[in-house]
Write a protein that binds this ligand. Structure first.
Ligand code: UDX
Length: 456
């Protein structure tokens, strides 16, 4: 089938490539000419494992353009543009979704289907469906649940497919079933519901995930105060099948282009609908999450004293491993908080240095872990990339000025690092934090220059 995908960002580019993998002819459309040029060369405009391979493998079935008129050849049109947080309020900015549908209207005809994938405030799809209807085309809301870093697999093998249908519309359901014939044949559960429920499924799922992370981070605060270990607590409660261990990793909390802005937008929409009280807990979820960032800096200050001029290595800038996305990244926030307290921050990441530099050009970014560790008085593990989890603590210890590591993702093997002479501070791990290792050496920085605030 010939389909178009409007919006070629983290969601749309992967969706376009995924649809080509499913055997469809795909027209990817975006207003960003640079992004389109990269995709047309079969290059991914951002880091996403597996995406370059798909783009190269299906070059003949993928056309990328900035011209929305190219959508006229398609029968199914996916809307995959962003819904960022508004600048003037916590609500979602749906202007791009509106603009995408408006741009598409002249090319719609009876028998066409517009499929909304963007995360939108409930009520948006109903408004868009009314605009589409006069063209004879129909609209279905089909939220996307893909995770960055695993987006290709999530697109090709989704947990579930949800179709929110405008009234009684079996034709659209059948058409979308034809698009997703391969995952459906593989047994992917598919649920048909109304527009409002489909939109809410996505926001509710993200709100639940954010709440789960903030719940365990609240427990981390209690663990720190009471002498408990939150990672063992998570293991133990996670064994209860009703709770489950997934998304109970305490640490620096959630970030990225989805969870933070989605819970804020959901709360704002709840206020508009007159059910603000029902969603007020999301404000606490947000606060708990943001407190983790300051907590990391407080732990360092507790260990080192005032941070002015102290050289701190930060490992990780992306909001999570296997991504170069630094939108609302907890790691980048820690870099900024450390700099505000006068620390000399040297930060690195396997793939996110360029995206971090675009967002904040001021910190010192270095390419390698060795450069970051060189002369550091403390190390912060801020994003749990596999290569950081697997660091050899003996080798890592040879370059630093002081063997102190704050494991802000609770990802390191504490015993191994201790054996190599490191003081390891976790988040929510009072036991791991309290025990001082006698072999750890608290040395003064060797170079006076390293004590100067970082004004790069
Ligand atoms: C999320 C949803 O998972 C996905 O279904 C939706 O489509 C988009 O938003 P994503 O933003 O890619 O996906 O990342 P996710 O894997 O959910 O992680 C979000 C954040 O939570 C990351 O910063 C991650 O480090 C953090 N996290 C995750 C934790 O702090 N603890 C955990 O246990 C899990």
């Amino acid at each position: 089938m010939r389909i178009s995908v409007i919006g070629c960002g983290y969601l749309g580019a992967v969706h376009a490539a995924g649809m080509a993998e499913l055997g469809h002819d795909v027209i990817g459309i975006d207003v960003d000419a640079q992004k389109i040029a990269a995709l047309a060369r079969a290059e991914a405009p951002f880091y996403e494992p597996g995406l370059p391979e798909l783009l190269r493998a299906h070059r003949s079935r993928l056309l990328f353009t900035t011209d929305v008129a190219a959508a006229r050849d398609a029968r199914v049109h996916f809307i995959a543009v962003g819904t960022p947080q508004r600048h003037d309020s916590p609500a979602a900015d749906t202007r791009f979704v509106d603009a995408a549908v408006d741009a598409l209207l002249p090319y719609l005809a009876p028998g066409h289907l517009v499929v909304g994938k963007s995360t939108v405030p409930v009520g948006t799809a109903e408004r868009l469906a009314a605009r589409v209807r006069p063209t004879g085309a129909r609209l279905v809301w089909n939220p996307e649940f893909l995770r960055e870093g695993r987006a290709v697999d999530d697109t090709l093998h989704p947990d579930r497919l949800v179709y929110g249908v405008d009234g009684d519309d079996e034709t659209s359901v059948a058409l979308l079933d034809a698009v997703y014939a391969a995952p459906l044949a593989a047994g992917t559960p598919r649920m048909v519901t109304d527009l409002a429920t489909a939109q809410l499924v996505k926001t509710a799922a993200n709100a639940f995930l954010a709440t789960k992370i903030s719940f365990i981070n609240a427990m981390a605060e209690v663990a720190e105060a009471s002498g408990a270990d939150v990672t063992q607590l998570a293991d133990a409660i996670g064994l209860d099948a009703r709770i489950g261990r997934a998304f109970l990793n305490a640490g620096l909390g959630f970030g990225g282009g989805c969870l933070p802005k989605d819970i804020r937008a959901f709360r704002a929409r709840g206020d508009e609908l007159g059910v603000g009280e029902a969603l007020s807990f999301l404000g606490e979820v947000d606060s708990i999450n943001l407190r983790r960032r300051t907590r990391v800096v407080d732990v360092l200050e507790h260990e080192l004293g005032p941070l002015i001029g102290r050289r701190i290595a930060v490992l990780g800038l992306a909001f999570k491993p296997d991504s170069d996305d630094v939108r609302d990244s907890p790691a980048l926030a820690v870099v900024q908080l450390l700099r505000e307290r006068g620390a000399v921050v040297v930060a690195t990441d396997p793939v996110a240095i360029e995206t971090a530099r675009l967002r904040d050009p001021l910190p010192t970014y270095v390419e390698t872990v060795e450069q970051a560790l060189d002369g550091a008085e403390a190390v912060v593990l801020a994003t749990e990339w596999a290569e950081y989890r697997g660091l050899d603590p003996v080798v890592a210890g040879s370059g630093v000025a002081n063997r102190l590591v704050v494991d802000a993702r609770n990802a390191l093997d504490v015993d191994r690092w201790r054996e190599a002479g490191w003081v390891v501070r976790g988040l929510g791990r009072a036991h791991a934090s309290r025990v001082e290792d006698p072999r750890s050496v608290q040395r003064e920085p060797e170079h006076a220059a390293e004590r100067q605030p970082d004004h790069v």
